[in-house]
Design a protein around this ligand. Structure first.
Ligand SMILES: NC(=O)C[C@H]([NH3+])C(=O)NS(=O)(=O)OC[C@H]1O[C@@H](n2cnc3c(N)ncnc32)[C@H](O)[C@@H]1O
Ligand SMILES: [Mg+2]
Length: 430
């Protein structure tokens, strides 16, 4: 690796110091016999000025360098309040690693074009900022999970059955058999708790969702936890502590990146336990009182959730959903057989569901009954049912959609901007 420093390292107190940097030409302008290049690297930008009288060779080369050309620049640091970062480099040497005559992304590029050339869009400092925030959120999650005694496990992605309904399975040929891409690692995490008790995984999950909404991808990153001996209320506490730590830690480490996307940090700062909790019944009452046509027993979609989130200035829980709109594995509420012990966490500001979680049915016969009620075949879930035969325990877990969390934190208008190469029904390339 070349002996260089980063843009962020160039400070006014380095006046007179000779430095070498490598990066890409972010901005360029010529004034008289001077060329100003704003160099970009992964840490930020710094301006370099090329004066003909200082080095005619470097000046002539700098004139030729196109936007997003990869370059290595050397020169002397000079404090200058007029420069973008209050300091600039009096450059006397430039190596053009690869010149770019025309970089296809221009200021007026459409969103669809940016997605068509997503592999080039990743040059963008704004895109890099989103990815830094996403990385920091997972760094925070790992910090919290480690200190709270959770084991990371690595479940399979090639599976034989549905977790969240057969309609959104991606099917593939597996030698002479049929396999599917995992919708959720949950069932495998449930097996892992018999040895590790508290487990988590971060995996890609796949949903053949035809719905083209701003919060659905066909491939998304899924942070899932599962714990033995925990009931719904226990796992909700885990969820709010984890999400709170992820948000507050990311605010601490990535505040400048976050502030390039949102000025008002109130709802992020409000993400501290205990998060508000409303029952599904109360949520239906709120929606009906606001004129939404929804009856008890119906699911809340993105529109209903968006309206409900207007009532809150922090992430909040909705719990106690009707059995009919929830998955087969969820435990029936012993106090109301119409309901299941399930809770979603919704993000405010219109973002809605970021977490789906529940207490699982731990009784063998009841689970068989639920599988049959859902029109599925118990024989397709043989190993999963075994978990209820050999030392079954009360247990609960949840899945957090990482892109949805990042979209809320940065107030992105679509989850697709929160992932490196978004996958949607119409987008599989690049
Ligand atoms: N271990 C578990 O208990 C997880 C459980 N089996 C599960 O998959 N629940 S979920 O379908 O609500 O999905 C969980 C979260 O996963 C996210 N999710 C779910 N589906 C998507 C799509 N299509 N795109 C982006 N994000 C998605 C969203 O935040 C959901 O709240
Ligand atoms: Mg859900």
């Amino acid at each position: 690796m070349i002996d260089k420093i980063y843009c962020v390292d160039v400070q006014p107190d380095m006046e007179g110091k000779r430095v070498k940097l490598a990066g890409w030409v972010y901005r360029k302008r010529e004034v008289g016999k001077k060329v100003f290049i704003v160099l970009r690297d992964s840490t930020g930008i710094v301006q370099a000025i090329f004066k003909k009288e200082l080095s005619e060779d470097a000046y002539e080369k700098a004139k030729k360098a196109g936007i997003e050309s990869s370059v290595i620049i050397e020169g002397t640091v000079r404090a200058d309040p007029r420069a973008p970062t209050g300091v600039e480099i009096q450059a006397d040497r430039i190596e053009i690693v690869q010149n770019v005559d025309f970089f296809p992304i221009t200021k007026d590029a459409s969103e669809e074009f940016l997605l068509d050339v997503r592999h080039l869009h990743l040059h963008s400092p704004k895109v890099a900022a989103i990815m830094k925030v996403k990385a920091t959120m997972m760094q925070a999650a790992r910090e919290w999970l480690l200190q709270d005694g959770w084991y990371e496990v690595f479940p399979p992605i090639l599976v034989t059955g549905a977790v969240e309904g057969g309609a959104t399975l991606f099917k593939l040929k597996y030698f002479d058999r049929t396999a599917y891409l995992s919708q959720s690692a949950q069932l495998y995490l449930e097996a892992a708790i018999f040895g590790l008790e508290k487990v988590w995984s971060l995996t890609p999950s796949f949903r053949a969702e035809k719905s083209r909404t701003r919060r659905h991808l066909t491939e998304f990153w899924h942070l899932e936890l599962e714990a033995a001996w925990m009931d719904l209320w226990d796992i909700m506490k885990v969820e709010e502590e984890l999400v709170s730590y992820m948000v507050q830690r990311t605010l601490e480490l990535r505040r400048s990146e976050i502030e390039t996307f949102r000025k008002d940090l109130t709802t992020l700062k409000n993400a501290v336990p205990p998060f508000p909790r409303v029952s599904y019944d109360e949520a239906i009452d709120i929606l009906q009182s606001k004129g939404v046509e929804i009856e008890w027993g119906e699911d809340m979609g993105a529109d209903e959730e968006r309206i409900l989130t207007q009532e809150f200035e922090a992430p909040f829980f909705v719990y106690g959903y009707p059995k009919g709109i929830k998955a087969f594995y969820m435990k029936e509420d012993p106090e109301d057989p119409r309901k299941v012990l399930a809770a979603d966490m919704l993000a405010p500001e219109g973002y809605g569901e970021i977490i789906g979680g529940s207490q699982r049915e731990d009784d063998y016969n009841k689970l068989v009954q639920r599988i049959l009620e859902e029109g599925m075949k118990p024989e397709d879930y043989g190993w999963y049912l075994d978990l209820r035969k050999y030392g079954s325990v009360p247990h609960s877990g949840f899945g957090l959609g990482l892109e949805r969390l990042v979209a809320w934190v940065l107030k992105l208008d679509h989850v697709r901007w929160a992932t490196l190469f978004p996958r949607t029904p119409s987008r599989l390339y690049p």
